[in-house]
Design a protein around this ligand. Structure first.
Ligand code: PPS
Length: 568
């Protein structure tokens, strides 16, 4: 789909007057509250960032995209942009019906004319789009454990753009960027996609790319959704702003992109290229391991380091953007400058600090050398990542009823309060059920709601620098993982499996519940008539059968110390 970079890209919005009228009428339609990811997708659909898509994918388009990266009409499009909904909502919707799409506050942003409703084969989608049906991939985990079971497809009528209150002046639609480039006479623009703070290696890489392509530079960071655990976008944008004056102002621009990344490596690179083309860019930097999701469940990389470059090259003409490929940049000590890893002069010393190492240094308050980053960037990062012993964290006990979770959790709370320094909150299973979840039972659905509530409260405590100790049964792996992700956005998550066997719990039967469960008087009782999925890799596993409560709590303290979360 050719798209000259001087012409506007088609948007899906109706005129202001029609929008007012439609908004009024849409009040009576069935309405769907968009998830955070769908909200990002909708914004880019409406403003032309996802051109030529006219809405969430129909089934035929979805199948084409999954199987061979093409829409039903043959147009290149590598990423399924789907409206996933739960079965309950889907039951009431039939093709031919219009639905209102709302943001988290209930504001109607668009109307979708539903043309298709289907249950996707998610395992196939994972294999084809992400290369493996492996839950270690964040998008595969999202697909199976967050996304709804049913997909709806159909064209969108845009009413209004989602509102952003942060960094408003730095956000541009594709047409705003196109107009800006036109105004400045920038016929060649090379875009740099990033989800990380900019350090010196990135600056060097972007300088070189602009020089190589003889183009102006657009720093185009993603501020929608990135990989769980990434530096939050507020901090990152402050970092970008801090280094912007190190670039020549007349040839460099920065704009924020509200994209929800999928970390799909090669396919993602092609997708990023198409999105940048829509934003009026002519060249695009693809570096080492572009949009890589990290290691799979076998500890191996999902994609080869240069797979994304290869796939981009193959489709370059169709994407309509020229790739500027780069090897990994490293610092050469003797030359006091950065080189692509494959161009390092012989016999020289290479210095490099990985993302993991950087996070360790921040966490432990260690030095971050000037050759690696700019002091202004390090200052911003230190502001949001104080040393670990000053950050909030969550200790999440899981185990069978009567395993000893609550008792150990109580002892741990007292020991932490004795040390002082941070507020401590205990969210015990029984106590939560009394105060937060009194209306819930023990079905899988209700248990999941209960655990997510605990996770939400713990994440707020962690975010605000406190210590949350949780002690529910939490029998399901996927739900525990969801809680981990919620919390790791703000601080450490320590899963402690209190591994008392069901036989031992039943022998102790401290509350008399096992007896009632055996007699069938309590239904869905964990370990007796309901499942318990033991954690495979908890931070700590405690065997209560060999040690007393004080000893168990002490094991947790030692773990926290070894992680640098409390001072010895
Ligand atoms: S869950 O699965 O995490 O939501 O469960 P949780 O909220 O931790 O459960 C708290 C206590 O509920 C009592 N209880 C049951 N447990 C398991 N299964 C069934 N059916 C059940 N019915 C009541 C039990 O005392 C749990 O407390 P603990 O402290 O774990 O013994």
């Amino acid at each position: 789909m050719s798209l000259p970079n001087h012409a506007p890209v088609p948007e899906l919005y109706v005129s202001h007057d029609s929008a007012q009228k439609l908004k009024h009428e849409a009040g009576a339609l069935a309405s769907w509250d968009l998830t955070a990811r769908q909200l990002c997708d909708l914004e880019l659909l409406m403003n032309g960032g996802f051109y030529p898509l006219k809405g969430f994918l129909s089934q035929a388009d979805y199948e084409g995209v999954v199987e061979n990266m093409r829409l039903a009409d043959g147009t290149l499009w590598p990423m399924p942009i789907t409206l996933d909904v739960n079965e309950k909502f889907a039951e009431g919707i039939e093709p031919g019906q219009d639905i209102a799409l709302r943001d988290a506050e209930g504001v109607i942003l668009a109307i979708m004319s539903v043309t298709d409703k289907w249950v996707p084969n998610k395992a196939n989608e994972a294999e084809k789009v992400f290369g493996a049906d492996d839950l270690a991939h964040p998008a595969v985990n999202y697909l199976h454990n967050v996304a709804g079971k049913v997909y709806l497809g159909g064209p969108i009528t845009g009413i209004q753009a989602p509102v952003h209150y942060d960094f408003r002046a730095r956000r541009d639609t594709p047409n705003e960027l196109r107009a800006y480039f036109r105004k400045l006479g920038w016929s060649k623009v090379v875009a740099f996609q990033t989800r990380n703070p900019l350090h010196r290696a990135h600056q060097e890489l972007t300088f070189r790319a602009a020089k190589e392509a003889q183009a102006n530079l657009l720093i185009h960071p993603v501020v929608g959704m990135t990989k769980p655990g990434d530096v939050d976008h507020f901090t990152r944008v402050r970092c970008y702003e801090a280094v912007l004056d190190k670039y020549p102002a007349s040839t460099t621009a920065m704009s924020l992109l509200n994209l929800a990344m999928r970390m799909a490596g090669p396919r993602e690179a092609v997708w990023h290229g198409l999105i940048r083309r829509n934003h009026g860019v002519t060249h695009f930097i693809v570096g080492r391991d572009h949009a890589g999701p990290g290691k799979n469940s076998q500890g191996k990389d999902f994609y080869g380091p240069y797979d994304a470059q290869e796939l981009f090259k193959k489709y370059e003409a169709e994407i309509g953007v020229t790739m500027v490929d780069f090897k990994h940049m490293v610092y050469v000590q003797e030359k006091a400058q950065y080189y692509p890893a494959n161009e390092v002069p012989e016999g020289c010393t290479v210095l490099d600090i990985s993302g993991t190492e950087l996070r360790r240094r921040l966490r432990e308050g260690l030095d971050i050398p000037e050759w690696f980053s700019f002091p202004e960037v390090v200052t911003q990062l230190r502001r949001t990542s104080p040393p670990r012993d000053k950050q909030g964290f969550t200790v999440f006990f899981t185990g069978l009823s009567g395993s000893g979770k609550s008792t150990i959790a109580n002892a741990l709370m007292v020991k932490l309060m004795e040390q002082g320094g941070r507020p401590v909150t205990l969210l015990d299973g029984d106590v939560v059920r009394k105060h937060l979840s009194s209306e819930l039972g023990f079905s899988k659905e209700h248990r999941d709601i209960n655990i997510r509530r605990i996770g939400y409260v713990a994440s707020e405590i962690t975010k605000n620098g406190g210590i949350a100790i949780c002690a529910p049964i939490a029998p399901y792996t996927a739900t525990r993982r969801a809680v981990r992700e919620m919390i790791e956005a703000f601080g450490a998550f320590i899963e402690v499996h209190v591994a008392t066997s069901v036989e031992e719990c039943e022998r102790r039967d401290r509350k008399g519940l096992y007896k009632l469960a055996r007699e069938g008087k309590i239904k869905e009782f964990t370990g007796i008539s309901d499942p318990y999925e033991a954690p495979e890799k908890p931070e700590l596993r405690i065997d209560t059968e060999g040690s007393d409560v004080d000893g168990c709590a002490h094991q947790v303290l030692l773990k926290l110390e070894s992680m640098g979360l409390i001072k010895a």
